[in-house]
Design a protein around this ligand. Sequence first.
Ligand code: TEU
Length: 514
Amino acid sequence: MNHLENKVIYQIYPKSFMDSNGDGVGDLKGIISKLEYLAGLGIDYLWLSPINQSPQRDNGYDISDYYAIDPRFGTLEDYKLLIHEAAKWNIKIMMDLVLNHTSTDHAWFQKALAGDAHYQKFYYFSDRPTTATSVFGGSAWNFVPELNKYYFCLFDKTQADLNWDNPEVRQEIYKMVNYWIDLGVQGFRLDVIDSISKDLNNNIVSRGPRFIEYLSELSDQTFQDKILTVGECWNPPLEQMYAMCGEHGLFQAFHFADITHNHRPNKWNLDPLSLKTVVEVYEKWQNQYAGAPAWAMNNHDSPRLLSLWLDDQTYRYESATLLITLYSMFKGNLYLYQGEEIGMTNAHQEDINWYNDIETLNAYQEMKEQGLSEEEIMQKIMKVSRDNARVSMHWNASTYAGFSTVKPWLGLAQNHTTVNVANDLANPQHSIYYYYKSILALRKNFYPHINTMATFHVDDSILTITYPTHKLYANFSAKATDYTPPLAPILISNYEENLPHQLQPYQAIIYQIA
Ligand code: TEU
């Protein structure tokens, strides 16, 4: 087994985790103050969404200085302290690298705008736009009247794509990555990494002709295969995964095929959960993929899976614990997202004025233009907006949920007075956090038995997974269902009382069969 496998990585959205200085925005000192809480879960890495200097149009995914820490989050000293303090708890820090684009506030882009031909070559400037569109809506090309030229942005018009075909750009990037490695960073998550090579003349904006070449060059000149790296990719085919990951590439990459299985045709139009389809995804990555998959139920770009797939009201505890029981039994690494460990739900906010996310606000406008009613639009937004996962952590039932002493930059979910850390920990018998702790500990020791082929079976709402040593049952419904369990000891169950011949609503149970 690779030394980077069997890890649990906890993602923090720094703006929304913990505010130590009362400005409504989370910060590094806030994170440091919660290390004991995080270590208690049994995690190996903390992945922080970008903390570099940024105008925050896209919450840090628009970096204006790769070497500076954004003052909203603290100082370089605070970051060094976080690395140091986390190490005392055996936790490593994983940094988010946004290498596909910079903010238009970045000095390189500002020089390019001022007419510096050298820095114009750092980006894509062109006299003629193509038909390429931005992920956030509209044309990907933006006109600069003073230059009489267009520049290319795959995302927001303030996120200008870097031209990786320019070797100087690549060298600047490698230098920067090495700077953070030297400082003690021990992991990287690489934002939209599969877009670094493009062929814009042919409208190819992802997995372009030199993608694998650039990725191996990056790896060889920086992190190599020594530290944990994970690429952000949406639905890469297996062959692509093999090409990206390995000695001269990344350790692993997300696939997100499970959490996107019901996008029809996109995230704003969702089919209900199809257990059969999603189980095909589990089977593929568990049985057919020879590498170490990266599993994530939640992240800052997705709504809460608990709310989307299961019951985040009556059976919130059972639903949250069912999901983690299942995902803990997959080989590879497990990525958790803040709040997941206490069963935080979607925000359930009905007013568009509450929302902040640039993608959500653009989609709102687009859907208005398409003639959808306010009610239809808000139903979609409440279900899938990225802001659902971006609310402040709910630490307790106080006015600002113990996150801050002032109104948070975005806000809280409607249920923050009941769904919060203090409440969850108050009742150890029914605590999602303590359940996570137990199952993660089980996973850690049991990993050789997980890192193996398994047989998947779906019968209506019941999923059964049989491994050589253990067997998992999960009831994806509120309906109690009869079953015939093996005559074997129970390893773990999300019910205190297990009925001999019945799976209870949203029950997950594992038997040790050998
Ligand atoms: O996400 C890349 C990406 O493809 C997302 O925009 C995704 O398609 C979208 O969120 C799904 O609705 C990364 C970051 O994770 C995201 O937060 C950034 O906005 C984006 O890159 C641009 O940097």
